[in-house]
Ligand binder design. Structure first.
Ligand SMILES: NC(=O)c1ccc(NC2CCCC2)nc1
Length: 250
């Protein structure tokens, strides 16, 4: 997967590229991550990358010419590297709310150019002319688009074949089948008197798989019933959820 990043703070992305799942994926070249900094396109003496908002008001916006130059360069490189036209994404609270389905769509959308805003954002005409999709990681305001960009890249990278050591874990991850994750346990068997559910010690893999699905269904029903509204359950899942509900009936 090819991802270009337009950011004034490319070093922030070391958090993604220097370690962990995405770091290894970059190292194994499962993911190509390249950066363009608008400051590199500044031509004035102060190398300015921000500009004052028409109509006044607090704060600055990203300077149009340096931002667009960076986006164009990233777009050009994407096409050269992949032969495909990239999808250019901008992160902001005004964007479409990112969820696992959106991540799956982005992970299979070909090359991406992710634009991380700073200051108060970018000129609306740049959004109209150069941004294909605007996305939000949640209803809160951040000081830059870099952290949301890293969230998006991490989530998408996990879905690229070969990125996760144990491929199943990507599939079994919560939200992958639209349900919350089941509880997990590891050593020791008893913590402050609390034991590991017997089924997980039984070695009965069919029973374990059933228990985990039942827990995922039950926890989704308890904590995020909204996720069940849009999700049909098959006979087995309906049976398991009903069992869970009966066991947890208050
Ligand atoms: N919820 C979000 O995904 C999000 C994205 C960007 C941002 N801030 C950026 C946007 C323009 C300048 C700073 N804040 C929040």
């Amino acid at each position: 997967m090819w991802i270009g990043v337009v950011s004034l703070f490319p070093d922030m992305f070391d958090a993604l590229t220097q370690q962990g799942v995405v770091g290894r994926a970059v190292e194994k070249q499962r993911i190509a991550l390249e950066f363009w900094n608008p400051r590199d396109y500044a031509t004035d003496r102060h190398r300015s990358v921000d500009d004052r908002p028409y109509g006044g008001g607090p704060g600055m916006l990203m300077k149009v010419d340096t931002l667009r130059a960076a986006i164009f360069a990233a777009r050009e490189r994407a096409q050269q590297a992949t032969g495909l036209v990239p999808t250019v994404i901008y992160l902001s609270p005004q964007g479409r709310k990112l969820d696992q389905q959106g991540v799956q769509a982005l992970a299979s959308a070909g090359p991406l150019v992710v634009v991380a805003g700073r200051y108060e954002g970018i000129d609306e005409r740049v959004v109209e002319s150069d941004i294909d999709e605007e996305w939000s990681i949640g209803d809160y305001v951040l000081s830059g688009g870099e952290l949301p960009a890293m969230v998006l890249i991490d989530a998408a990278a996990r879905l690229i074949p070969g990125v996760l050591g144990h491929q199943d874990s990507a599939v079994e991850d919560s939200f992958n089948d639209g349900l919350l994750d089941c509880p997990h346990y590891t050593r020791p068997e008893i913590i402050d008197g609390r034991q590991v559910p017997d089924v997980l010690l039984s070695g009965n893999h069919a029973a374990i798989k059933r228990w985990r699905l039942k827990q995922s269904l039950g926890r989704t029903w308890q904590r995020r019933p909204d996720l069940l509204e849009g999700r049909p359950l098959d006979a087995e899942q309906r049976k398991l959820l009903n069992e869970f509900i009966e066991e947890h009936a208050l």
